[in-house]
Write a protein that binds this ligand. Structure first.
Ligand code: MN3
Length: 211
């Protein structure tokens, strides 16, 4: 059974960008439902896998859409909570250099990240990722799709573009949400750890295993 990982901060720590009310629904209902649905689907199959990454990979390879959607949404949401921090942080020297090389400066990165998120049609995710050479890439994925399926790309940060992520606090203002998220919540300590993993050939963050 996979468990719903504990949030690394209090429910109201991300307010006002993300209120405790949004956390109550987004974490307490949406994310919790993906975990519950995934465990039910795996139990139906008589499967007891340990690694969520393996579940995602197998479901993708065998076109099991329901398992893939619930498993990938579990992974993406757990990664999303870690992509935020109520404490201000800054990028490591290595990540800062990569940002300068790809986007000129932090403002250039923000503009590109927000533009990708605003232009994404429908539900999904906007990611900052790095390849093994430290080249940065901004991409968006639809629905439950995750860059875990993109060989050679390590995600550094993600922001949720589903309306349930921002509607209670920002209504239809996805751009305003993304700008405030980038300025006030993005966890550069976590992004820097992921960048170090990407460029050293390590696996990066892995979802807590099933018990
Ligand atoms: Mn969500």
């Amino acid at each position: 059974m996979f468990a719903l990982p504990k949030l690394p901060y209090a429910d109201d720590a991300l307010a006002p960008v993300i209120s405790a009310h949004t956390i109550e629904f987004h974490y307490g209902k949406h994310h919790a439902a993906y975990v519950k649905n995934l465990n039910a689907l795996l139990a139906e199959q008589g499967a007891a896998p340990a690694s969520l990454e393996a579940v995602i990979e197998n479901a993708k390879a065998s076109a099991q859409a329901k398992v893939f959607n619930n498993a990938a949404q579990c992974w993406n949401h757990s990664f999303f909570w870690l992509s935020m921090s109520p404490t201000a942080s800054s990028a490591s020297e290595g990540l800062s250099k990569a940002i300068t090389a790809a986007y000129g400066d932090h403002a250039g990165l923000k503009a590109a990240f927000v533009a990708e998120g605003v232009a994404h049609f429908g539900s999904g995710w906007v990611w900052l990722a790095a390849d093994r050479h430290g080249a940065l890439k901004i991409l968006s994925t639809h629905d439950a799709e995750t860059p875990l399926s993109h060989v050679g790309l390590t995600p550094l940060l993600v922001c949720d573009l589903w309306e349930h992520a921002y509607y209670l606090d920002h209504q239809n203002d996805r751009k305003g949400f993304l700008e405030a998220w980038f300025d006030r919540l993005a966890n550069w300590t976590f992004a820097s750890e992921q960048f170090a993993a990407a460029t050293s050939g390590a696996a990066g963050w892995r979802h807590p295993a099933a018990t």
